[in-house]
Design a protein around this ligand. Sequence first.
Ligand SMILES: NC(=O)C1=CN([C@@H]2O[C@H](COP(=O)(O)OP(=O)(O)OC[C@H]3O[C@@H](n4cnc5c(N)ncnc54)[C@H](OP(=O)(O)O)[C@@H]3O)[C@@H](O)[C@H]2O)C=CC1
Ligand SMILES: CC(C)(CO)C(=O)C(=O)O
Length: 335
Amino acid sequence: MLNVAVFGAGSVGCYVGGHLAGVCDVTLVGRAAAMETVRERGLTLTASDADELRVKPGALRTASDATGVRDADYVLVTVKSAATREAAEAIRPHLRDGAVIVSFQNGLRNPGILREALPGHEVLTGMVPYNVLGVGPGTYHRGVGGALMLDEGAAGARLAGALRDAGLEAETRADMREVQYGKLLLNLNNAVNALSGLPLREQLAQRAYRRCLAQCQEEALAVFRAAGVEPAHLGPAAPDLIIDVLRLPDDDYRQLAAASLDIDATARSSMWEDFQRGRPTEIDTLQGEIVALAAAHGLEAPANARMTALVHEAERAGEPPSWPGPELLAALTQG
Ligand SMILES: NC(=O)C1=CN([C@@H]2O[C@H](COP(=O)(O)OP(=O)(O)OC[C@H]3O[C@@H](n4cnc5c(N)ncnc54)[C@H](OP(=O)(O)O)[C@@H]3O)[C@@H](O)[C@H]2O)C=CC1
Ligand SMILES: CC(C)(CO)C(=O)C(=O)O
């Protein structure tokens, strides 16, 4: 049986780790209070397209420090991007020889940070396509579907097999770098969603918010072209076609892109949850990454820069924001 540790057991970590507990020997490593809850109640994992999964207390181990990774064949890293380097430093002394590290995080740089800090260990790039929200003590809800993705090769194939055995969709891919860029394009909606304060379905149904996203994605695509990167197509069509569709009036959008609105009514971006909890967001690794890439190629990405600034302002304000769409669009498009 594979031994798997999850380092940073929050929304993604508990959802994936909780499923794996049915087929692997799992240790969740997370904050003491969160792990206490798992020890007392176990986990309840829900989704509108799947049966509820109850993971009994005792079906997995918990730890609140990095010693919890010491027996692991695989360590799934699921901390927020700003915590990746610290996570790598914490686990390094405790890893067994041959332990494989998997970054199931958003952003472009986490696998590189892990590789640099953990020489001698294979590091796989992973991608989580769906949103998972903590909705109660020990209870996590997945709002949309999709397959987890990770690097191809023997280590990736073995973990993907375990994930599938655990009832999760999972596939290995040869183009995970392009997948990361494709996912970054989608994650540019995290800030729009978080600033709107609305569930994803309501936010995406409103043209002004979609135009904010389209503006950020258009700049990102120009920057990717300059960088020589072709993002993987993770949506129903090529990214530039999706941008045109995002800009359509609401009725046309609803007809053409019905599937994009077929989302659980409660689903929100992970950045929305950060605002609710008063935590720093990942904006610097999302829109901030586009701004940095643009600068590196002598370009500008003004909408992404303004979005980054607005999110930082909202972090400082300490109150979950609720920007109306037209005002957010005006703030992005007017100097
Ligand atoms: N949630 C989602 O829907 C999705 C998230 N993602 C990505 O997945 C990654 C994880 O996101 P998510 O699961 O939402 O994040 P969470 O914040 O819910 O989970 C991370 C957990 O790790 C804890 N943690 C951080 N550092 C340590 C440490 N040194 N020791 C123990 N625990 C630690 C955090 O505690 P604390 O908060 O106290 O630091 C937090 O509880 C991110 O990159 C995100 O962008 C991708 C797709 C969807
Ligand atoms: C799945 C998605 C795109 C949902 O918004 C996400 O990655 C996130 O919330 O961080």
